[in-house]
Design a protein around this ligand. Structure first.
Ligand SMILES: [Zn+2]
Length: 258
């Protein structure tokens, strides 16, 4: 059972719920997979929080787990989110099990997000933690709303997540990560995304080519639909829009780049 959590919290009130909770296996998953989208949401004034299921350590070039955690906080500040929680589930041997589901479902009950944005898809040739995380997140969204089980959740009340979305880590353009993935415009947020990823000096200072690859990938996705840069976001149960045209054109004068 997860016993300790590290919390960085700059919400105005600890009673504030979140609009969006974004979940990854390791500190840097969220930044790489959907950092542009997350920054765009924060810029709109939405209350966004991040949960990392593990501290991501050990890794070859990081001298101590505390450094990775400090880097994660700097990255959260860069993205403009309000909360970051790091759970102490085990890196490299993360498994979808009952305790992991409960640990994350408690965070969902605690912060009551309208939307959960979680890892989707597989990452072949990379950490198997990602696929396990995807299963844990899906289960935790479900567990969070179950009644008559409060004793397992520190008596936090059930919470129903309104919308559950996926982001993706595998960079396999032009292969769609899932048939119903859409491209979101991060043209104005790509530089901040790359800055946030760069905060993880322990992971990327010795591998600047990774940042270049992410930048090129996001530009290729975005330019395939007329944006300067984009990220894939998927809806595991299927998209529905109350205002399709408004959604495509965006708010105000900002729309697809010519
Ligand atoms: Zn990862």
């Amino acid at each position: 059972m997860s016993s300790t959590r590290r919390i960085w919290d700059r919400r105005e009130s600890t009673d504030d719920s979140l609009d969006v909770l974004v979940v990854g296996a390791h500190p840097d998953d969220v930044e790489i997979g959907c950092g542009g989208f997350v920054h765009a949401l924060a810029r709109k004034g939405l209350r966004v929080g991040i949960v990392d299921l593990t501290d991501g350590e050990p890794t070859p070039e990081c001298p101590h787990p505390d450094q990775r955690l400090d880097e994660a906080i700097k990255a959260a500040e860069t993205l403009g989110v309000q909360l970051r929680v790091t759970l102490d589930l085990p890196n490299r041997r993360l498994f979808d099990d009952f305790e992991s589901r409960i640990a994350l479902a408690k965070e969902i009950r605690r912060y009551r997000p309208r939307i959960v944005l979680g890892l989707g898809g597989q990452t072949p040739m990379a950490s198997p933690d990602h696929q396990q995380a995807a299963q844990i997140i899906e289960a935790a969204v479900f567990y969070a709303r179950l009644t008559k089980w409060d004793e397992l959740f520190e008596n936090l009340a059930p919470h129903t997540v309104g919308v559950y979305l996926h982001y993706y880590l595998a960079m396999r353009y032009p292969i769609l990560p899932t048939p119903n993935a859409v491209v979101v415009d991060i043209g104005e947020c790509l530089s901040v995304k790359l800055e946030a990823i760069g905060r993880y000096a322990s992971q990327f200072a010795h591998r600047p080519e990774i940042l270049n690859r992410i930048k090129t990938y996001n530009q290729a996705i975005g330019q395939s639909v007329g944006f300067q840069a984009g990220e894939f976001i998927g809806h595991p149960t299927g998209w529905g829009f109350r205002d399709l045209i408004g959604g495509i054109l965006g708010e105000g004068p900002r729309g697809p780049v010519e």
